[in-house]
Design a protein around this ligand. Structure first.
Ligand code: 13P
Length: 248
């Protein structure tokens, strides 16, 4: 019923030549009836990625919620639409921690993307201190309460929500499959609280944080994990191909 979605997040890595060669190497393998595969890449690589993608979906890593104006350095949703981009990562913890994204701005971005018929990949997750203090569930529910406020249930049903514990990002210290499953189930339950059972049953929930070829299968076997958001292990064609082969 829920089709898994596995997306690489390149962050601030790769130029156009590297993007073209990655897509040429990986795209054919991403053809699958059973799962969707994709790459989130820097704005400057999006056109090259889209031009070389038959099977992979291409995601931006951020957007602004306004369509145009005095927002130096920002990129709007209509600008992404012009390139044929259909997915956009929003609220990544790096953007929340370093660039001032908040639940409120993430919510505005989600609304603008949905209005354009695009799919937000909305990221949430707790810090190590919050994890240690036993606050994970509260943080997840609070972040979702703000980030997916005032949407339509049918739009929430089509979204992707990525649970990424900050302490597991780029650290090699991945969450146990029990912790990851438990937190993704909390995400789904919070969607149910806010938008009902149907939206909760349809929304795809990803786990992110040190996912690699060696642990993807155990995460994907968890009932509430419908995919992954993958940083480091998505940068090399070989390792992303291995992830595809193990999950398609
Ligand atoms: O931030 C991430 C994906 O958005 C996870 O990064 P890593 O897979 O490198 O831990």
């Amino acid at each position: 019923m829920r089709k898994p979605i596995i997306v690489g997040n390149w962050k601030m890595n790769k130029n156009n030549a590297e993007t073209e060669s990655f897509f040429k190497e990986v795209d054919a393998a991403a053809a699958s009836e059973n799962a969707t595969y994709g790459i989130g890449c820097p704005f400057t690589d999006l056109k090259t990625a889209a031009d070389n993608a038959k099977n992979l979906i291409v995601a931006a890593e951020n957007c602004h919620f306004e369509d145009s104006g005095a927002f130096t350095g920002e990129v709007s949703v209509p600008m992404l639409e012009e390139l044929g981009i259909k997915y956009c990562i929003i609220g990544h913890s790096e953007r929340r921690q370093m660039f001032g994204d908040t639940d409120e701005t993430v919510n505005k971005k989600a609304k603008r993307l949905i209005a354009a018929g695009m799919t937000p990949i909305l990221c949430i997750g707790e810090t190590e201190a919050q994890y240690d203090a036993g606050e994970t569930e509260k943080v997840i529910r609070d972040q979702l309460t703000g980030s997916i406020a005032d949407l339509d249930a049918k739009d929430v049903a089509n979204m992707v929500i990525a649970y990424e514990p900050i302490w597991a990002i780029g650290t090699g210290k991945s969450a146990t499959k029990e912790d990851a499953q438990n937190c993704c189930a909390i995400v789904r339950d919070q969607v149910k609280v806010m938008y009902g059972q149907e939206a909760a049953d349809s929304v795809r929930v990803q786990y992110g944080g040190s996912v690699k070829p060696g642990n993807i299968v155990e995460y994907m076997a968890c009932p509430d994990i419908d995919g992954a958001l993958i940083g480091g292990a998505s940068l090399k064609a070989d390792s992303f191909l291995e992830i595809i082969e193990k999950t398609k």
